[in-house]
Ligand binder design. Sequence first.
Ligand code: ARG
Length: 458
Amino acid sequence: MKLWGGRFTKPTNELVDEYGSSIGYDYKLAKFDIQGSIAHVNMLAECEIIDSEDKDQIVKGLKEVAAQIESGEAELTVANEDIHMNIEKLLIDQIGPVGGKLHTGRSRNDQVALDMRLYLREAVVTLTDLLLNTQQALLKQAKENIDTILPGYTHLQRAQPVLFAHHLMAYVFMFQRDLERLTDSYKRINRSPLGAGALAGTSFAIDRESVSERLGFDGVTENSLDSVSDRDFVVEFLSDASLIIMHLSRLSEELVQYSSAEFNFIELDDAFCTGSSMMPQKKNPDIPELVRGKTGRVFGHLTGMLTTLKGLPLAYNKDMQEDKEGMFDTVETLIGALKLFAPMIETMTVHQDVMYEAVAKDYSNATDLADYLVGKDIPFRESHAIVGQVVLYGIEHDKYLMDFTLDEFQQFSESITDDIYHALSPSAVVNARDVEGGTAKVRVEEQFMKASEMFNTS
Ligand code: ARG
Protein backbone atom coordinates (compact mmCIF):
# COMPACT_ATOMS: atom_id res chain seq x y z
CA MET A 1 0.00 0.00 0.00
CA LYS A 2 1.07 3.54 -0.78
CA LEU A 3 2.11 5.82 2.10
CA TRP A 4 -0.87 8.00 1.12
CA GLY A 5 -3.14 5.07 0.18
CA GLY A 6 -5.79 5.54 2.91
CA ARG A 7 -8.44 7.32 0.86
CA PHE A 8 -8.01 5.17 -2.25
CA THR A 9 -10.05 2.14 -3.20
CA LYS A 10 -7.89 0.90 -6.05
CA PRO A 11 -4.20 0.37 -6.67
CA THR A 12 -2.50 2.96 -8.89
CA ASN A 13 -2.31 2.12 -12.55
CA GLU A 14 1.25 1.00 -13.29
CA LEU A 15 1.64 3.56 -16.05
CA VAL A 16 0.71 6.29 -13.59
CA ASP A 17 3.40 5.12 -11.21
CA GLU A 18 5.91 5.08 -14.01
CA TYR A 19 4.97 8.43 -15.48
CA GLY A 20 4.65 10.27 -12.19
CA SER A 21 7.70 8.85 -10.51
CA SER A 22 10.84 10.92 -10.09
CA ILE A 23 13.00 8.31 -8.35
CA GLY A 24 14.92 7.72 -11.59
CA TYR A 25 16.67 11.05 -11.02
CA ASP A 26 15.79 12.48 -7.62
CA TYR A 27 17.80 9.70 -5.94
CA LYS A 28 20.54 12.31 -6.35
CA LEU A 29 18.88 14.18 -3.49
CA ALA A 30 19.10 11.22 -1.08
CA LYS A 31 21.97 12.53 1.01
CA PHE A 32 20.34 15.97 1.36
CA ASP A 33 16.92 14.51 2.09
CA ILE A 34 18.35 12.49 4.96
CA GLN A 35 20.36 15.44 6.23
CA GLY A 36 17.14 17.49 6.27
CA SER A 37 15.18 14.71 7.95
CA ILE A 38 17.74 14.36 10.73
CA ALA A 39 17.60 18.10 11.42
CA HIS A 40 13.78 18.02 11.33
CA VAL A 41 13.44 15.09 13.71
CA ASN A 42 15.96 16.57 16.15
CA MET A 43 13.89 19.73 16.22
CA LEU A 44 10.67 17.72 16.73
CA ALA A 45 12.21 16.18 19.85
CA GLU A 46 13.57 19.51 21.05
CA CYS A 47 10.06 20.98 20.76
CA GLU A 48 8.65 17.93 22.54
CA ILE A 49 6.51 17.00 19.59
CA ILE A 50 8.02 13.51 19.65
CA ASP A 51 9.90 11.94 22.53
CA SER A 52 13.61 11.59 22.54
CA GLU A 53 13.75 7.76 22.37
CA ASP A 54 11.69 7.86 19.18
CA LYS A 55 13.97 10.56 17.84
CA ASP A 56 17.05 8.45 18.58
CA GLN A 57 15.57 5.47 16.80
CA ILE A 58 14.61 7.54 13.79
CA VAL A 59 18.03 9.19 13.53
CA LYS A 60 19.74 5.82 13.81
CA GLY A 61 17.39 4.36 11.23
CA LEU A 62 17.97 7.26 8.83
CA LYS A 63 21.72 6.80 9.08
CA GLU A 64 21.24 3.13 8.35
CA VAL A 65 19.10 3.98 5.31
CA ALA A 66 21.73 6.47 4.13
CA ALA A 67 24.37 3.74 4.29
CA GLN A 68 22.12 1.29 2.42
CA ILE A 69 21.46 3.81 -0.34
CA GLU A 70 25.12 4.74 -0.53
CA SER A 71 26.18 1.11 -0.92
CA GLY A 72 23.47 0.43 -3.50
CA GLU A 73 21.90 -2.16 -1.23
CA ALA A 74 18.63 -0.25 -0.75
CA GLU A 75 15.91 -0.91 -3.28
CA LEU A 76 14.45 2.34 -4.58
CA THR A 77 11.16 1.74 -6.37
CA VAL A 78 8.95 3.52 -8.84
CA ALA A 79 5.95 2.44 -6.78
CA ASN A 80 7.26 4.62 -3.97
CA GLU A 81 7.38 7.49 -6.43
CA ASP A 82 10.18 9.72 -5.26
CA ILE A 83 13.21 9.84 -3.01
CA HIS A 84 11.24 11.25 -0.09
CA MET A 85 8.73 8.42 0.08
CA ASN A 86 11.31 5.79 -0.74
CA ILE A 87 13.40 6.91 2.20
CA GLU A 88 10.41 7.04 4.52
CA LYS A 89 9.39 3.55 3.42
CA LEU A 90 12.92 2.21 3.93
CA LEU A 91 12.98 3.82 7.37
CA ILE A 92 9.70 2.22 8.40
CA ASP A 93 10.90 -1.16 7.08
CA GLN A 94 14.02 -0.65 9.15
CA ILE A 95 12.64 0.54 12.51
CA GLY A 96 8.91 -0.16 12.33
CA PRO A 97 5.89 2.18 12.71
CA VAL A 98 7.80 4.69 14.84
CA GLY A 99 9.45 5.73 11.55
CA GLY A 100 6.05 7.13 10.62
CA LYS A 101 6.60 9.95 13.13
CA LEU A 102 9.31 11.50 10.98
CA HIS A 103 6.88 13.25 8.68
CA THR A 104 5.09 15.07 11.54
CA GLY A 105 4.68 18.76 10.72
CA ARG A 106 6.23 18.37 7.31
CA SER A 107 5.10 17.86 3.73
CA ARG A 108 6.98 16.62 0.71
CA ASN A 109 6.42 20.11 -0.65
CA ASP A 110 8.61 21.90 1.85
CA GLN A 111 10.87 18.85 1.99
CA VAL A 112 11.65 18.87 -1.73
CA ALA A 113 12.19 22.64 -1.70
CA LEU A 114 14.67 22.08 1.12
CA ASP A 115 16.49 19.29 -0.72
CA MET A 116 16.83 21.40 -3.85
CA ARG A 117 18.36 24.22 -1.84
CA LEU A 118 20.77 21.91 -0.03
CA TYR A 119 21.83 20.34 -3.32
CA LEU A 120 22.33 23.67 -5.07
CA ARG A 121 24.18 25.16 -2.14
CA GLU A 122 26.80 22.44 -2.41
CA ALA A 123 26.93 22.70 -6.20
CA VAL A 124 27.52 26.44 -6.04
CA VAL A 125 30.51 25.94 -3.73
CA THR A 126 31.96 23.24 -6.00
CA LEU A 127 31.49 25.37 -9.10
CA THR A 128 33.00 28.43 -7.48
CA ASP A 129 36.13 26.43 -6.65
CA LEU A 130 36.35 25.07 -10.17
CA LEU A 131 35.93 28.52 -11.68
CA LEU A 132 38.76 29.75 -9.51
CA ASN A 133 41.00 26.89 -10.73
CA THR A 134 40.19 27.83 -14.31
CA GLN A 135 41.02 31.47 -13.64
CA GLN A 136 44.30 30.44 -12.05
CA ALA A 137 45.23 28.32 -15.06
CA LEU A 138 44.47 31.27 -17.35
CA LEU A 139 46.51 33.61 -15.18
CA LYS A 140 49.44 31.21 -15.21
CA GLN A 141 49.36 30.89 -18.98
CA ALA A 142 48.98 34.69 -19.22
CA LYS A 143 52.07 35.29 -17.08
CA GLU A 144 54.05 32.94 -19.31
CA ASN A 145 52.92 34.99 -22.29
CA ILE A 146 53.45 38.51 -21.05
CA ASP A 147 55.68 39.19 -24.07
CA THR A 148 53.71 37.21 -26.64
CA ILE A 149 52.09 39.41 -29.25
CA LEU A 150 49.28 38.25 -31.54
CA PRO A 151 46.68 40.01 -33.63
CA GLY A 152 43.58 41.11 -31.78
CA TYR A 153 40.48 40.69 -33.93
CA THR A 154 37.25 42.44 -34.65
CA HIS A 155 34.89 40.80 -37.15
CA LEU A 156 37.51 38.03 -37.06
CA GLN A 157 39.69 40.33 -39.17
CA ARG A 158 43.07 41.33 -37.80
CA ALA A 159 42.54 44.62 -36.00
CA GLN A 160 45.31 45.67 -33.61
CA PRO A 161 48.12 43.73 -31.98
CA VAL A 162 47.57 42.68 -28.36
CA LEU A 163 49.46 40.67 -25.82
CA PHE A 164 48.29 37.07 -25.60
CA ALA A 165 48.36 37.65 -21.84
CA HIS A 166 45.81 40.43 -22.33
CA HIS A 167 43.59 38.13 -24.36
CA LEU A 168 43.70 35.41 -21.70
CA MET A 169 43.05 37.91 -18.92
CA ALA A 170 39.81 38.92 -20.62
CA TYR A 171 38.47 35.48 -19.70
CA VAL A 172 39.78 35.75 -16.15
CA PHE A 173 37.55 38.79 -15.62
CA MET A 174 34.55 37.17 -17.33
CA PHE A 175 34.86 34.19 -15.01
CA GLN A 176 35.24 36.56 -12.08
CA ARG A 177 31.83 38.08 -12.75
CA ASP A 178 30.43 34.56 -13.13
CA LEU A 179 31.92 33.63 -9.80
CA GLU A 180 30.52 36.75 -8.15
CA ARG A 181 27.06 36.01 -9.54
CA LEU A 182 27.16 32.51 -8.08
CA THR A 183 28.39 33.81 -4.75
CA ASP A 184 25.61 36.36 -4.69
CA SER A 185 22.96 33.76 -5.55
CA TYR A 186 24.06 31.74 -2.53
CA LYS A 187 22.32 34.29 -0.27
CA ARG A 188 18.98 33.54 -1.89
CA ILE A 189 19.52 29.78 -2.02
CA ASN A 190 20.60 29.53 1.56
CA ARG A 191 17.23 30.03 3.30
CA SER A 192 15.29 27.22 4.91
CA PRO A 193 11.76 26.57 3.59
CA LEU A 194 11.09 23.78 6.11
CA GLY A 195 7.99 24.51 8.16
CA ALA A 196 6.03 25.75 5.15
CA GLY A 197 4.30 22.37 5.17
CA ALA A 198 2.21 21.58 2.13
CA LEU A 199 1.45 25.26 1.57
CA ALA A 200 0.05 26.98 4.66
CA GLY A 201 2.54 26.17 7.42
CA THR A 202 1.91 23.62 10.14
CA SER A 203 -0.27 23.37 13.22
CA PHE A 204 2.55 21.81 15.24
CA ALA A 205 4.56 24.12 17.44
CA ILE A 206 7.79 23.57 15.51
CA ASP A 207 10.87 25.73 15.62
CA ARG A 208 11.83 26.68 12.07
CA GLU A 209 14.90 28.62 13.20
CA SER A 210 16.29 25.58 14.96
CA VAL A 211 16.11 23.46 11.77
CA SER A 212 17.58 26.30 9.79
CA GLU A 213 20.53 26.62 12.16
CA ARG A 214 21.14 22.90 12.26
CA LEU A 215 21.38 22.88 8.49
CA GLY A 216 23.63 25.91 8.29
CA PHE A 217 21.10 28.18 6.60
CA ASP A 218 21.25 31.96 6.98
CA GLY A 219 17.61 32.09 8.05
CA VAL A 220 14.13 30.92 7.13
CA THR A 221 11.91 31.88 4.19
CA GLU A 222 9.21 34.44 4.99
CA ASN A 223 6.06 33.05 3.37
CA SER A 224 4.91 29.44 3.24
CA LEU A 225 3.13 29.70 -0.13
CA ASP A 226 6.19 31.27 -1.69
CA SER A 227 8.48 28.71 -0.02
CA VAL A 228 6.86 25.68 -1.62
CA SER A 229 5.91 27.15 -4.97
CA ASP A 230 8.81 29.16 -6.28
CA ARG A 231 11.93 27.85 -7.90
CA ASP A 232 13.38 31.22 -8.79
CA PHE A 233 16.61 30.15 -7.10
CA VAL A 234 16.84 27.32 -9.65
CA VAL A 235 16.15 29.71 -12.53
CA GLU A 236 18.75 32.10 -11.16
CA PHE A 237 21.27 29.29 -10.96
CA LEU A 238 20.49 28.14 -14.50
CA SER A 239 20.94 31.65 -15.75
CA ASP A 240 24.27 32.02 -13.93
CA ALA A 241 25.25 28.65 -15.38
CA SER A 242 24.22 29.77 -18.86
CA LEU A 243 26.57 32.73 -18.63
CA ILE A 244 29.39 30.50 -17.44
CA ILE A 245 29.00 28.05 -20.28
CA MET A 246 28.53 30.89 -22.77
CA HIS A 247 31.93 32.22 -21.69
CA LEU A 248 33.44 28.73 -21.81
CA SER A 249 31.96 28.26 -25.24
CA ARG A 250 33.56 31.42 -26.60
CA LEU A 251 36.91 30.35 -25.20
CA SER A 252 36.33 26.90 -26.69
CA GLU A 253 35.64 28.38 -30.09
CA GLU A 254 38.93 30.25 -29.93
CA LEU A 255 40.82 27.13 -28.89
CA VAL A 256 39.31 25.26 -31.83
CA GLN A 257 40.19 28.04 -34.25
CA TYR A 258 43.64 28.74 -32.88
CA SER A 259 44.62 25.07 -32.97
CA SER A 260 43.63 24.69 -36.63
CA ALA A 261 46.39 24.58 -39.24
CA GLU A 262 44.97 27.83 -40.62
CA PHE A 263 45.79 29.73 -37.43
CA ASN A 264 48.32 27.40 -35.81
CA PHE A 265 48.56 29.76 -32.82
CA ILE A 266 48.34 27.04 -30.17
CA GLU A 267 48.49 23.31 -29.79
CA LEU A 268 46.43 21.50 -27.20
CA ASP A 269 48.21 18.77 -25.30
CA ASP A 270 47.77 15.24 -26.71
CA ALA A 271 46.15 14.21 -23.43
CA PHE A 272 43.23 16.53 -24.19
CA CYS A 273 42.68 15.61 -27.84
CA THR A 274 41.38 12.61 -29.72
CA GLY A 275 42.11 10.94 -33.03
CA SER A 276 40.05 9.87 -36.00
CA SER A 277 38.99 6.28 -36.69
CA MET A 278 39.76 6.78 -40.37
CA MET A 279 42.25 9.62 -40.87
CA PRO A 280 45.52 8.73 -39.20
CA GLN A 281 46.88 12.27 -39.15
CA LYS A 282 43.98 13.81 -37.22
CA LYS A 283 44.24 15.39 -33.78
CA ASN A 284 40.85 16.77 -32.86
CA PRO A 285 40.00 19.34 -30.17
CA ASP A 286 36.98 17.32 -29.00
CA ILE A 287 36.80 18.82 -25.53
CA PRO A 288 36.35 22.47 -26.48
CA GLU A 289 34.01 21.37 -29.26
CA LEU A 290 31.92 19.38 -26.83
CA VAL A 291 31.79 22.21 -24.32
CA ARG A 292 30.66 24.53 -27.11
CA GLY A 293 28.06 21.92 -28.04
CA LYS A 294 26.80 21.40 -24.51
CA THR A 295 25.98 25.09 -24.25
CA GLY A 296 22.76 24.22 -26.03
CA ARG A 297 21.48 21.93 -23.34
CA VAL A 298 22.25 24.40 -20.53
CA PHE A 299 20.45 27.25 -22.32
CA GLY A 300 17.64 24.77 -22.96
CA HIS A 301 17.32 23.94 -19.27
CA LEU A 302 17.03 27.65 -18.45
CA THR A 303 14.29 28.16 -20.99
CA GLY A 304 12.63 24.93 -19.89
CA MET A 305 12.49 25.90 -16.23
CA LEU A 306 11.19 29.39 -16.95
CA THR A 307 8.49 27.93 -19.16
CA THR A 308 7.50 25.29 -16.62
CA LEU A 309 7.00 27.93 -13.95
CA LYS A 310 5.37 30.67 -15.97
CA GLY A 311 1.70 29.72 -15.72
CA LEU A 312 1.62 27.95 -12.37
CA PRO A 313 -0.92 29.07 -9.79
CA LEU A 314 0.20 29.08 -6.16
CA ALA A 315 1.23 26.93 -4.48
CA TYR A 316 2.86 23.54 -5.24
CA ASN A 317 1.94 21.87 -8.52
CA LYS A 318 3.24 18.56 -9.77
CA ASP A 319 4.71 20.41 -12.76
CA MET A 320 7.41 21.49 -10.37
CA GLN A 321 8.85 18.01 -10.26
CA GLU A 322 10.32 19.04 -13.63
CA ASP A 323 12.73 21.33 -11.77
CA LYS A 324 15.28 18.60 -11.17
CA GLU A 325 16.71 16.98 -14.27
CA GLY A 326 17.73 20.26 -15.90
CA MET A 327 19.35 21.42 -12.69
CA PHE A 328 21.27 18.17 -12.17
CA ASP A 329 22.33 18.06 -15.80
CA THR A 330 23.48 21.67 -15.70
CA VAL A 331 25.54 21.13 -12.56
CA GLU A 332 27.08 17.95 -13.95
CA THR A 333 27.76 19.50 -17.36
CA LEU A 334 29.51 22.49 -15.82
CA ILE A 335 31.54 20.45 -13.36
CA GLY A 336 32.69 18.19 -16.21
CA ALA A 337 33.68 21.12 -18.40
CA LEU A 338 35.44 23.13 -15.72
CA LYS A 339 37.40 20.14 -14.45
CA LEU A 340 38.89 19.77 -17.92
CA PHE A 341 39.46 23.41 -18.67
CA ALA A 342 42.10 24.23 -16.08
CA PRO A 343 44.53 21.45 -17.07
CA MET A 344 43.78 21.90 -20.76
CA ILE A 345 44.68 25.61 -20.61
CA GLU A 346 47.73 25.01 -18.48
CA THR A 347 49.20 22.36 -20.75
CA MET A 348 48.59 23.98 -24.12
CA THR A 349 51.59 25.02 -26.20
CA VAL A 350 51.62 28.59 -27.47
CA HIS A 351 53.26 29.16 -30.85
CA GLN A 352 54.66 32.57 -30.08
CA ASP A 353 56.56 32.81 -33.37
CA VAL A 354 53.44 32.11 -35.44
CA MET A 355 51.47 34.68 -33.50
CA TYR A 356 54.24 37.23 -33.98
CA GLU A 357 54.42 36.53 -37.70
CA ALA A 358 50.68 37.20 -37.97
CA VAL A 359 51.29 40.63 -36.49
CA ALA A 360 54.47 41.43 -38.42
CA LYS A 361 53.09 40.39 -41.80
CA ASP A 362 49.99 42.49 -41.57
CA TYR A 363 48.54 45.96 -41.52
CA SER A 364 47.32 45.79 -37.94
CA ASN A 365 49.70 48.64 -37.07
CA ALA A 366 47.82 50.99 -39.41
CA THR A 367 46.00 52.71 -36.54
CA ASP A 368 49.40 53.55 -35.11
CA LEU A 369 50.47 55.29 -38.28
CA ALA A 370 47.26 57.32 -38.09
CA ASP A 371 47.90 58.08 -34.39
CA TYR A 372 51.47 59.08 -35.32
CA LEU A 373 50.15 61.66 -37.80
CA VAL A 374 47.78 62.97 -35.15
CA GLY A 375 50.91 63.56 -33.08
CA LYS A 376 52.10 65.75 -35.95
CA ASP A 377 48.95 67.84 -35.59
CA ILE A 378 46.97 66.27 -38.44
CA PRO A 379 43.29 65.80 -37.46
CA PHE A 380 42.50 62.11 -36.92
CA ARG A 381 39.87 61.95 -39.68
CA GLU A 382 42.43 63.26 -42.16
CA SER A 383 45.20 60.98 -40.96
CA HIS A 384 42.78 58.01 -41.20
CA ALA A 385 42.20 58.84 -44.87
CA ILE A 386 45.93 59.23 -45.54
CA VAL A 387 46.72 55.87 -43.93
CA GLY A 388 43.93 54.27 -45.94
CA GLN A 389 45.83 55.36 -49.04
CA VAL A 390 49.10 54.10 -47.59
CA VAL A 391 47.58 50.67 -46.93
CA LEU A 392 46.12 50.52 -50.42
CA TYR A 393 49.53 51.34 -51.86
CA GLY A 394 51.06 48.65 -49.66
CA ILE A 395 48.57 46.03 -50.83
CA GLU A 396 49.15 46.97 -54.46
CA HIS A 397 52.94 46.85 -54.07
CA ASP A 398 52.98 43.81 -51.80
CA LYS A 399 54.55 45.68 -48.89
CA TYR A 400 53.68 45.91 -45.21
CA LEU A 401 54.13 49.27 -43.50
CA MET A 402 57.48 48.28 -42.01
CA ASP A 403 58.74 47.58 -45.57
CA PHE A 404 58.07 51.09 -46.84
CA THR A 405 61.06 53.35 -47.51
CA LEU A 406 60.97 56.76 -45.91
CA ASP A 407 60.52 58.24 -49.38
CA GLU A 408 57.46 56.10 -49.96
CA PHE A 409 55.96 57.21 -46.64
CA GLN A 410 56.69 60.82 -47.43
CA GLN A 411 54.77 60.62 -50.70
CA PHE A 412 51.72 60.40 -48.46
CA SER A 413 52.76 62.84 -45.78
CA GLU A 414 55.74 65.11 -45.35
CA SER A 415 55.28 64.82 -41.61
CA ILE A 416 56.53 61.23 -41.49
CA THR A 417 60.12 60.96 -40.31
CA ASP A 418 62.57 58.22 -39.38
CA ASP A 419 61.06 57.54 -35.97
CA ILE A 420 58.04 55.95 -37.69
CA TYR A 421 59.77 52.56 -37.83
CA HIS A 422 59.98 52.38 -34.08
CA ALA A 423 56.41 53.60 -33.67
CA LEU A 424 55.11 50.85 -35.95
CA SER A 425 57.03 47.96 -34.39
CA PRO A 426 54.75 45.37 -32.72
CA SER A 427 56.00 45.96 -29.18
CA ALA A 428 55.77 49.75 -29.51
CA VAL A 429 52.25 49.39 -30.88
CA VAL A 430 51.23 47.21 -27.95
CA ASN A 431 52.92 49.35 -25.34
CA ALA A 432 51.37 52.51 -26.75
CA ARG A 433 48.01 51.27 -25.37
CA ASP A 434 49.05 52.46 -21.96
CA VAL A 435 45.63 53.18 -20.58
CA GLU A 436 44.09 51.42 -17.59
CA GLY A 437 42.76 48.12 -18.91
CA GLY A 438 44.78 48.46 -22.12
CA THR A 439 47.17 45.94 -23.64
CA ALA A 440 50.46 47.70 -22.77
CA LYS A 441 52.68 45.33 -20.82
CA VAL A 442 52.55 47.46 -17.66
CA ARG A 443 48.75 47.56 -17.87
CA VAL A 444 48.50 43.81 -18.27
CA GLU A 445 50.80 43.39 -15.28
CA GLU A 446 48.37 45.59 -13.37
CA GLN A 447 45.64 43.14 -14.34
CA PHE A 448 47.73 40.29 -12.91
CA MET A 449 47.82 42.16 -9.61
CA LYS A 450 44.10 42.83 -9.65
CA ALA A 451 43.41 39.19 -10.41
CA SER A 452 45.60 37.99 -7.55
CA GLU A 453 43.78 40.36 -5.19
CA MET A 454 40.43 39.07 -6.44
CA PHE A 455 41.47 35.48 -5.88
CA ASN A 456 42.52 36.26 -2.32
CA THR A 457 39.20 37.89 -1.49
CA SER A 458 36.83 35.49 -3.28
N1 ARG B 1 8.58 14.36 -6.16
C1 ARG B 1 7.91 15.58 -5.88
C2 ARG B 1 8.62 16.74 -6.57
O1 ARG B 1 9.72 16.57 -6.89
C3 ARG B 1 7.90 15.84 -4.41
C4 ARG B 1 6.80 16.72 -3.97
C5 ARG B 1 5.52 16.01 -4.17
N2 ARG B 1 4.43 16.64 -3.57
C6 ARG B 1 3.18 16.31 -3.86
N3 ARG B 1 2.26 16.96 -3.21
N4 ARG B 1 2.86 15.36 -4.69
O2 ARG B 1 8.09 17.78 -6.78
